[in-house]
Design a protein around this ligand. Structure first.
Ligand SMILES: [Zn+2]
Length: 125
């Protein structure tokens, strides 16, 4: 989800730059079309941002699909790690819906502080 938004933003910037180059060097009409596409991509990228993040609504939207995932014997969870400093991991526990924020990147293993279920352990495999 996060990557998709960035792809739109990067595509937008690239298209705007190409549009400017086309306008100067090749064809102003073509440059205009490419530049406009870039702006549209950029706007789409920005609008995706407003739907992102762990707002209560996003958590509520996420839960139904979680139940549909065929996963036997393991608890469902979701981890979001920030891209920028300070690095923080937001962990959403599937079984109880508890949201926990921990400092640093995704830990090797994590036990939900609310329901004490082991959500994952990288050392198992
Ligand atoms: Zn839990």
């Amino acid at each position: 989800m996060k990557n998709r938004r960035e792809n739109f933003l990067i595509s937008g910037i690239v298209l705007i730059v190409f549009g400017a180059l086309f306008s100067l060097g090749v064809n102003i009409a073509m440059g205009g079309v490419v530049g406009l596409s870039g702006i549209i991509c950029f706007v789409i990228g920005m609008s995706i941002q407003s739907n992102m993040g762990l707002s209560p609504q996003a958590v509520a939207d996420w839960k139904p699909s979680m139940e549909m995932l065929p996963d036997a014997g393991r608890f469902m969870y979701r981890v979001d790690v920030t891209m920028d400093e300070p690095i923080k991991s937001t962990i959403l526990c599937g079984p109880c819906g508890h949201l926990e924020t921990v400092e640093g990147p995704r830990p090797d293993q994590y036990t939900c502080t609310s329901c004490n279920r082991l959500l994952w352990s990288d050392e198992e495999e």
